[in-house]
Design a protein around this ligand. Structure first.
Ligand code: UN1
Length: 483
């Protein structure tokens, strides 16, 4: 990783730059009029985006052509794209900070993950034929890493990709696709189709020429896509969906408090809580709860909310005004019920939400995923541990889960029972690493197979070759606490 001084130097020229995003098609696009893309930090204009017209989508579908290159060529080009991402890190960090509100540590991790996806899939080019045309629909919270992860998997398998970036983050996607083209991915195999979900998203998930869809975003949208695919696409067309979570962590009275507190702060508040992996509901065993809560409040006071451009910033804004309004409505309701345990002040100007801690009787009190820096805390008694586990499973989600304990038998007992794709013991529960920690959920949290894991690429191949076995064992990542 580059040093902070190198990062500052490489990023500085891009401070006031304005980027332009537009459809990148295999033919001449005739997009809609450009509109501004603004920064969540201060509402300044970061650039413009021209979205696809219906004619552009038709053109993209007509010109999409599976990537006709040998496995070795595909691998070399994906690795070259990874090199170009690394060489252009200053510009990419600047776009991530200004368009998506990413702090420097977040941007470093995001670029690392994107590069890892490119190199991981390049090293595993499948020998099976591609599905054909693959639509990739990615979220704003990892606008480079998840965008690149979906697209590089579909390309590694030899598909023609139509990639729709999130409405809020077209600029980073546009730059990423330019770098892929520069690396040698043909335009007919890699087209960028920016636009609204209701127009572009709907079109590229319901056109019968499409052979598969990769989607990361809300569970509700995934269900809509599944319905559209069932009605319009061939029966075997795969949907690879990675969706929401109501992620819990259990901290028992044998846990190391300092370790647990650091893990909670990172899991709940890093990236302003805008990760599907983020901790939403913390269960504290009753005899240590007061002590841990006191430490958590102190740690929250140390969090620095500010412009993500600054090195000293721990957490930036949430993505936009709509997101902020939804999170604040949730906090207001908790406040009116006297359940807010800790609030802070948010900076003025951008769409900041201060980290907030709310008391709940248990996870079943959470009706939906609150996608922001809001931590819910419940207390439990030792004899109720199995009830806590069944309440966590009863949410129907199953993405990440955290456990802090120094009782080895309990690790086994809890991990055997909790339904979650990624289980983390005695550490934070965010930041899965491509290859060593394949990421994905079960139940309402996604279809599998896990991204960055050995079974992912087969789903991008022609349906009769896909293997469906073995993709669902939980990955357990344990960090042994010093005794
Ligand atoms: C998401 O937030 O949409 O492990 C998924 C992590 C990330 C989560 C990405 N891979 O924190």
């Amino acid at each position: 990783a580059p040093t902070l001084a190198r990062i500052e130097e490489a990023r500085a020229p891009w401070r006031g730059h304005q980027w332009q995003a537009a459809p990148l098609l295999a033919g001449d696009a005739q997009p809609e009029a450009a509109k501004d893309v603004t920064s969540p930090t201060d509402q300044s204009v970061v650039g413009t985006v021209s979205q696809c017209s219906p004619e552009d989508i038709e053109l993209a579908l007509a010109l999409a052509d599976p990537w006709d290159a040998s496995a070795a060529e595909r691998a070399a080009i994906l690795n070259k794209a990874a090199d170009l991402y690394e060489e252009n890190f200053g510009e990419l960090f600047a776009i991530l900070a200004r368009e998506a509100g990413k702090t420097i540590p977040d941007a470093v991790a995001e670029l690392r993950e994107a590069v890892d996806f490119l190199r991981y899939y390049a090293a595993r080019i499948p020998s099976d034929p591609p599905a054909g045309i693959f639509s990739c629909i990615s979220p704003w919270n990892f606008p480079l890493a998840i965008f690149t992860g979906q697209v590089s998997a579909a390309l590694a398998a030899g598909n023609a990709v139509l990639a729709k970036p999130a409405d809020q983050t077209p600029l980073i996607a546009h730059r990423a696709v330019q770098l892929m083209h520069e690396a040698g991915v043909p335009r007919s195999a890699m087209q960028l189709v920016p636009g609204r979900g209701s127009v572009v998203g709907a079109a590229i998930t319901s056109d019968p020429r499409v052979n598969g869809v990769a989607f990361t975003g809300s569970t509700a949208t995934a269900l809509r896509i599944r319905k559209a695919m069932a009605e319009n696409l061939q029966p075997g067309a795969p949907l690879i969906a990675e969706t929401g979570g109501l992620n819990a962590m259990i901290v028992d009275s044998t846990a190391l408090p300092e370790q647990a507190v650091q893990a909670v702060i990172e899991s709940a508040f890093q990236s302003a809580g805008q990760r599907c992996s983020a901790l939403r509901c913390l269960y504290l065993q009753d005899d240590i709860a007061d002590n841990v809560l006191k430490m958590l409040k102190g740690a929250m006071d140390c969090l620095n909310l500010d412009d993500p451009w600054h090195l000293s910033t721990d957490s930036g804004p949430v993505i936009d005004e709509g997101a902020r309004a939804g999170i604040l409505a949730h906090i207001d309701k908790a406040r009116s019920e006297g359940r807010v345990l800790k609030e802070m002040r948010a900076p003025q100007g951008g769409t900041f939400v201060a980290p907030t801690m709310i008391e709940v009787p248990g996870i079943s009190a959470l009706e939906e995923e609150i996608f922001g820096p809001v931590l819910h805390v419940a207390r439990f008694k030792s004899q109720d541990l199995d009830k806590v586990i069944s309440d966590i499973n009863a949410t129907g989600y199953g993405l990440t889960f955290g456990l802090h304990t120094r009782i080895d038998d309990r690790v086994q007992h809890v991990c055997d029972r909790v339904h979650a794709g990624n289980i983390y013991v005695n550490r934070n529960q965010i930041g899965a690493i491509v290859g060593s920690q394949p990421f994905g959920g079960e139940g309402l949290s996604g279809t599998g197979p896990k991204a960055g894991g050995p079974f992912y690429l087969s789903r991008f191949c022609a349906p009769d070759r896909q293997s469906s076995s073995g993709s669902w064992e939980a990955s357990i990542t344990e960090l042994k606490a010093p005794s």
